[in-house]
Design a protein around this ligand. Structure first.
Ligand SMILES: C[S@@+](CC[C@H](N)C(=O)[O-])C[C@H]1O[C@@H](n2cnc3c(N)ncnc32)[C@H](O)[C@@H]1O
Length: 299
């Protein structure tokens, strides 16, 4: 992860957090698509840390919509495993640091629920949201509840994004996410190495639009798989091509050869112009007799 330098962040890269570039592109794509289709609704983030993903989500908030973030920040967790998780990973987190970062990019703060995500339905109305990002605790019991709450908050066709659905250190998240897919009616639209994007609505149109867009992205790789009888789009950043060492050497040698040929041509040109000059010809004429006589003596 990136480390945040002290001071006001100037770009999202300056904000410490976990939000890879491919996911930034996909968040933007999903939120802009909702805008283009005139799909309105509130935005919710469960687990905001220092605001990296919240700052991007906040850019897509439109008039009349509410953006709510829910995080414990510097409050105590309600159970020991969650308390241990907080102490291990977010010990220095403060709400003030989140607010400072967010204000560096937006005039207004989002609605902030400082407390456990299990309380989110006390603050957000059912079927009021178009986009919910689930990125708080990694414990199965919490994530299970967060996904259930997201289903309640989302409007038909709304989008849920689940973080860490496959990380080696977060099996509890994987269990809760795939459980929602297999038994809870959650339909995955696409996955990246870090996040699963899904909906309880129809996946056909959004996947078609996504595939159209992906075809035009030169730096993003994708493929389509079938999972439990449903289409699933895999998306990830294309690896930068490793330079071919052999080609690189040939290119360098070709450069040196071209330079040598150029310098040879210049020398030839210089020699020709010296030979053609009047002083050279006079000099040759003056030295012709002594040279001829030396030749006679040698014979
Ligand atoms: C992985 S971080 C979020 C990363 C963030 N979305 C980003 O873009 O960098 C997880 C956050 O969840 C919060 N959290 C953990 N357990 C929580 C709980 N039970 N309720 C609310 N927030 C919780 C932590 O304080 C932490 O800020």
């Amino acid at each position: 992860m990136t480390s945040q330098e002290p001071g006001r962040p100037a770009s999202l890269d300056d904000v410490k957090g976990w939000f890879p570039e491919t996911d930034q592109r996909l968040f933007t794509w999903f939120l802009e698509r909702q805008d283009q289709l005139g799909e309105s609704g509130d935005l919710v983030e469960l687990g905001s840390y220092l605001g990296k993903s919240a700052i991007l989500m906040g850019r897509h908030l439109r008039d009349g919509e509410t953006f709510t973030v829910c995080d414990l920040f510097d409050s105590d967790a309600s159970d020991d495993p969650n308390r241990a998780e907080m102490a291990r990973s977010y010990a220095t987190l403060t709400r003030a640091a989140f607010e400072e970062n967010y204000r560096a990019f937006h005039d207004r703060l989002p609605e902030i629920v400082q407390g456990p995500t299990s309380s989110i339905l006390d603050h957000v109305q059912p079927e009021s949201c178009r986009f919910v990002h689930v990125d708080a605790s990694h414990l199965y019991e919490h994530v299970h509840g967060d996904i259930r709450a997201a289903q309640v908050m989302l409007r038909p066709g709304g989008v849920i994004v689940c973080d860490d659905y496959r990380s080696e250190h977060t099996p509890g998240v994987s269990a809760a996410v795939w459980e929602a897919v297999i038994t809870g009616g959650l339909r995955p639209v696409c996955i990246t190495p870090m996040k699963l994007y899904g909906t309880w609505g129809d996946t056909g149109p959004v996947q078609d639009d996504l595939l159209n867009w992906l075809e035009k992205q030169e730096d993003v790789w994708h493929e389509v798989q079938q999972v439990a009888g449903r289409r699933l789009v895999r998306v990830k950043k294309k690896r930068a091509k490793k330079p071919d060492k052999h080609k690189e050497k040939v290119r360098r040698l070709e450069g040196r050869l071209a330079a040598a040929e150029e310098s040879l041509a210049e020398t030839r040109h210089l020699l020709a112009s010296v030979r053609g000059s009047a002083s050279f010809r006079v000099g040759r004429a003056v030295t012709a007799l002594p040279r001829a006589m030396r030749g006679v003596r040698r014979r």
